[in-house]
Ligand binder design. Sequence first.
Ligand SMILES: [Zn+2]
Length: 409
Amino acid sequence: MQKTFLLIVLLISAMGNVSQAQSYSLVIKNGHVIDPKNNIDAVMDVAVQDGKIARVAEHINADQAAQVVDAQGMYVTPGLVDIHTHVFTSMRGDPSPDGYTLQNGITTCADAGTSGWRSFPAFKKEVIDKSQTRVLAFLNIIGGGMRGSYFEQDPGDMDPTMTALVAKRYRNIVVGVKTAHYEGGWTAVDSAVAAGKLAGIPVMVDFGGANPPLSIRSLFFDHLRPGDIFTHCFAQLGSREFILDTATGKIKPFVWEAQKRGTIFDVGYGGISFAFSQAIPAMKDGFRPNSISTDYHKGDMNAAMKNILNVMDKFLIMGMDLPDVIRRTTWNPAQEINHKELGHLTVGVGADVAIFKLIPGNFGFFDYTGYRIEGKEKLECEMTVRAGKIVYDLNGIAKPVVLPNQRGE
Ligand SMILES: [Zn+2]
């Protein structure tokens, strides 16, 4: 008798689950989901509730959803994570992040050392606390940050103890230590690594300036730790040793070893820090940068770099497939900055989502040297969702079309 009763109760509750549509704040239907962390590369629906990913499945009933998006023919990915940007608005005149990030699918950006430990409080107050984009930061080993190149030559303003102290105090925001543009010997790198060790965070190196150039083999094996980041990896500048042997067109053997050992190779595209003459042979040789970032600043956004999608397009043209490009703009950079809650669409994580289209046409892609490649497709961002809310909708594909600012938020 009891068993029969239990069975009936179970049956009724199961039927209830089938017939009652779950209510969601947003359901994105019919999109091709690419979520490298979870090995998803298939047409799926994505449901969002309470700012979090609620479900990813082949069919999700959207009858009770507050907003529905039909993403048929589009790619649905985790919100992009750009770990090399410059967004300390008042410091160098770089624009605020929201004007650039959200319309390109970026939901998290890390500022790469525009502020140091002394200027970080102002950066936090002016930009980080006010942005819709999640803004994280590498602290410059120079306490005053990037105030101009001669300030960056001052070993007296490289304080590992204070840098680590501020990094630890703002553990959720500060993800690493940056050194850039230093023209002397190893002082800047070694001070940055000392700070990184004290705070337990990685170092990002913009290695440049010394004449003659310092050895990158020594940088990778004698100075950096596994997990430290070599940005501008496809730069071809006179002041820096290249990762490519330009005589043979092959990646130098010790670079493979360094990557295997854990050195992170990051694109950091920038104004003059990416040359096809490095990237094309490197890609042909089978080399892959660990992460693709922009080095977004006021000087490159209207030049060869433009935006992260243009940089991603260039890697697609050079033969990287789309899931691989998405991996290197989501889950890989999230791991590099030790924010493993970012860069994927696992149920329960914050719902940062991007929706892209690959647009067919005739397009040109060039680097700062004027080298130009033609391509037949490019990425376009259709929609960006940050913490469960639609913050960018290019063609008004949400039903109903409502953005947060229209709700008076
Ligand atoms: Zn930079």
